[in-house]
Design a protein around this ligand. Structure first.
Ligand SMILES: Nc1ncnc2c1ncn2[C@@H]1O[C@H](COP(=O)(O)OP(=O)(O)O)[C@@H](O)[C@H]1O
Ligand SMILES: [Mg+2]
Length: 499
């Protein structure tokens, strides 16, 4: 379906400001369609003066439509719909005329010239499906009266009004709650839904005859309502504006459209919508997220305390091997703390693992004696991972990196012939590939390589045992440790499934 702007460009001489006016009208005309129980069609004057193009259309949500098919983009030549021609040529509302029959449906048509300043720029046709019309109730009469006021304003160029209303999707509809106030701001009519909204705010009697601004001031505590000026402007019906207010139980959006059908302010339509459930859901989401982040933050702090205690204990121990075992434990606890720290900053239970991996790389080289002779580089992106995968993977990566730094380049490895101790330098490359439903990671070093007769299955050292358990049981994947392609160095590789 072509857009309003496209239709204007290809068929009419309307200016940009005219289009802006029509778009403003379009933003609000659902209200008029609903109040009229009628379909609205915006007809644009053809450049050659030979007829009108349907530029936009709105169906009522309060009654049956008069148009089963879309009409936007269709053309009506001069002469076929005399009411369109009359509204355009005589610049007045045209409502006399017999019902038209369309597909066995009687439709009453009225045409409204759309005035901007001193010119008529388009015509709105209001089409009422008469099969839906019953003996009008008070509600229907109030709706229709207000619709008539608004259509007159369109013809006089005082609607749409370039107000400062916020353009949010929560904006109230006629069916949410409709009030009509008079020029002094007294309620002349309130729909049953509007009354229910005010009952929920704490009103016990009726709304009719009350000054809406005063009543609202009584029911809504000052800290939950807008400033005095805005409150009187909106609830007094003096400004084309909306606002939000609440008690401890109820939240609502109020929207006012002042009515000036003949130039003088005669009152306003005020629409109210109960948004309590919407706001509660917003709040719950925010607090749930905040709680989870806070928990991660505390877990991280606790782990760092544990690490500090272990480090203290390690310093007091004489046995070299016991001390290094405790230092390993400190490092492992620190790795988990890094993941929780990342989670405490994350919005969801998802971790951007690239950041974690890079931090682990720095941590491992910083704490190791051989670290300043080794660089860690990442090739590829881990991307976002669920927190359970992230925790296990962080442990795996730390152990493997640690082995590469210590055994590949450090003093704990076998001496290399012709090289003085502690002079081996090189680069560790972490390569990541995310395939559909899988993650592949390999850590290659160009160090001195695995000791002769190394056998992963036979290895009983703690580091690789942890890695294997995590990869195979926790992550449901596979681990291989062997010679790095093309070198004497080592490759540790894992392949794990991802949801
Ligand atoms: N990147 C590597 N380069 C050389 N040797 C390695 C490498 N990774 C593992 N190894 C060998 O595998 C052994 C087992 O490693 P691990 O289980 O982590 O225990 P640890 O690191 O405590 O010795 C190491 O002692 C080392 O001999
Ligand atoms: Mg190790």
């Amino acid at each position: 379906m072509p857009s309003l702007t496209e239709l204007v460009r290809s068929h009419t001489d309307l200016e940009d400001d005219d289009v802006a006016w029509l778009q403003l009208l379009q933003a609000d005309w659902q209200i008029i369609a609903d109040l009229s129980f009628a379909d609205l069609v915006l007809w644009l004057p053809d450049r050659e003066g030979s007829g009108f193009w349907a530029g936009a259309q709105m169906r009522p949500t309060t009654g049956p439509t008069a148009y089963v098919d879309d009409v936007v983009g269709t053309f009506v030549p001069v002469g076929r719909r005399p009411m369109l021609d009359a509204a355009w040529a005589q610049q007045r509302l045209v409502r006399e005329g017999d019902p038209e029959w369309r597909d066995d449906v009687p439709v009453r048509v009225e045409t409204i010239p759309v005035r901007r300043h001193d010119r008529v720029i388009a015509v709105v046709a209001r089409n009422t499906n008469l099969l839906g019309v019953r003996t009008p109730s008070r509600l229907e009469l109030s709706y229709l009266q207000t619709a008539a006021d608004l259509t007159q304003m369109i013809a006089h160029g005082s609607f749409p009004a370039p107000g400062q209303r916020s353009d949010h999707a929560d904006s109230p509809r006629v069916g949410d709650g409709f009030l009509r106030v008079d020029a002094t701001g007294r309620v002349a009519y309130a729909s049953p839904n509007a009354l229910s909204v005010y009952r929920r705010l704490g009103l016990s009697g009726d709304l009719a005859g009350l000054l809406l601004a005063d009543l609202t001031r009584e029911l809504v505590p000052p800290r939950r309502r807008p400033d005095e000026e805005r409150l009187s402007a909106v609830l007094g019906g003096r400004a084309h504006l909306d606002t939000e207010l609440a008690t401890d139980q109820v939240a609502l959006i109020v929207r006012a459209i002042p009515l000036r059908p003949t130039g003088d302010h005669i009152g306003a339509v005020i629409l109210v919508r109960d948004v309590t459930d919407l706001r509660r859901r917003d709040r719950e989401l925010v607090t749930k997220d905040a709680t989870i982040r806070e928990i991660h933050h505390r877990v991280k702090n606790n782990l760092q305390t544990v690490a500090a205690l272990l480090r203290l204990q390690a310093r007091r121990i004489d046995s070299e091997s016991a001390r290094s075992a405790l230092e390993e434990a400190v490092r492992r606890v620190g790795t988990i703390a890094i993941v929780h720290e990342t989670l405490s900053e994350a919005v969801e239970e998802q971790v951007d693992f690239d950041d974690v991996a890079d931090r682990l790389g720095r941590m491992v080289t910083e704490v190791s004696a051989a670290g300043d002779r080794v660089r860690v580089r990442r090739d590829g992106r881990f991307g976002v991972l669920p927190s359970e995968v992230a925790t296990a993977l962080a442990m795996v990566l730390t152990e493997v990196l640690q082995n590469a730094v210590e055994h590949g380049y450090g003093p704990s490895g076998a001496p290399v012939e012709g090289l003085p101790e502690g002079s081996l330098r090189g680069q560790i490359v972490v390569t990541v590939r995310r395939l559909v439903g899988r993650l592949h990671m390999s850590v290659d070093d160009d160090g001195r390589g695995l000791p002769a007769g190394f056998d992963l299955d036979g290895s009983t050292n703690l580091g690789l045992s942890i890695v294997r358990t995590l990869v195979e049981s926790e992550l449901g994947g596979q681990l291989t440790v062997g010679v790095a392609p093309g070198g004497p160095g080592t490759r540790a590789a894992i392949d794990i499934p991802l949801e």
